[in-house]
Design a protein around this ligand. Sequence first.
Ligand SMILES: Nc1ncnc2c1ncn2[C@@H]1O[C@H](COP(=O)(O)OP(=O)(O)O)[C@@H](O)[C@H]1O
Ligand SMILES: [Mg+2]
Length: 367
Amino acid sequence: MSDAGGLAALLDGKRIVICAGSGGVGKTTTAAAIAMGMAARGARVAVVTIDPARRLADALGLDALTDEPRLVDPSRFAGHGVRVTGELWAMTLDSKRTFDALIERLAPDAAARDEVLANRIYQQLSTAVAGSQEFTGIAKLYELDAEGDYDLVVLDTPPSRNALDFLDAPGRLIGFFQGRAIRLFLRPAGVGGRLMSAGAGAVFAVMQRATGVDLLADVAAFFRALGGMVDGFTDRARHVEALLADAGTTFVVVSSPAAAPSDEAVFLARRLRRAGMPLGALVVNRVAQAEPGLPVASGQLTEALGPDLAHRAADAAARHARAAERDAEGVTRLVARAGHPPTLVVPQLADDVHDVEGLARVAVHLL
Ligand SMILES: Nc1ncnc2c1ncn2[C@@H]1O[C@H](COP(=O)(O)OP(=O)(O)O)[C@@H](O)[C@H]1O
Ligand SMILES: [Mg+2]
């Protein structure tokens, strides 16, 4: 099923790969495996992972406390038969911290920065509103690409309800900063202006009486402090939007052969095509493989194992064969529905992928 040359050939001339798909299908695993595999081929690669499993993070020496990629010590690969002739830089993204870092960079001075960071509204905004988690991921991508030190930047995407959320994030953020609500707040009071309509003011007054929280003061302080940064945000969101459509950017949609992730993958592939964003490849991960020689008739095993164990072994083998058959059908259906993109199939491995050896095993099927 894999195309000759695999992803290594498909990534030729690309600077950015974004791994997308629904939760739990192997996005983080795929991103890490692609990055390691390309570094093993001599490239200078940065990978941005989001919420990597603890043990995978440990294996790559990742800790969540850095905002910049760090060089993975080549000795981490040496013991596992992986020779990295290029460089692997890795970081894990904490979206809240990245949003804060963005504020720190855009704030005109320390006082304005502290005021925004301490603000209750900002704290909500940065964690919950406006797709900030998705946005910070690609904002980071923009920085890494602009710094220009890497041959390839691989981006993992956050576990969102909707795999498409991150595509909309820049636009949503631009919309937010240019929307009516924020312009109302930013309009200087006095220039024909109250801060807000009498109706909205009354709502806030009622809330204050009920909760004791002066939300209005908070909101007003927030938007006043934010005032000087809006252009910076909008500008950055525009750059990010352009980057997603750039010829050097490609998407790898990851799915399992199961129905629900496949639906999401198909939806995502169509959506990318409609948006003029290139679907570089489809990765179907965790595909059960048929074992040659199975299923076995229980009669053949009885002699070796005794009747009871033989029966159970044959049963397990038959179940495995059915799973492999079902997955093979799932892959075929998914590939057709996604419009026959270049497709890589990664087998279900016996263990979770939590170390360099596991990544290498996955990378073989990808690259
Ligand atoms: N081919 C595979 N075989 C076995 N386990 C896998 C495979 N791919 C991923 N996994 C495991 O599945 C879990 C989910 O993978 P992960 O990459 O974290 O998914 P996502 O980032 O899409 O949520 C992890 O525990 C990972 O080790
Ligand atoms: Mg993940």
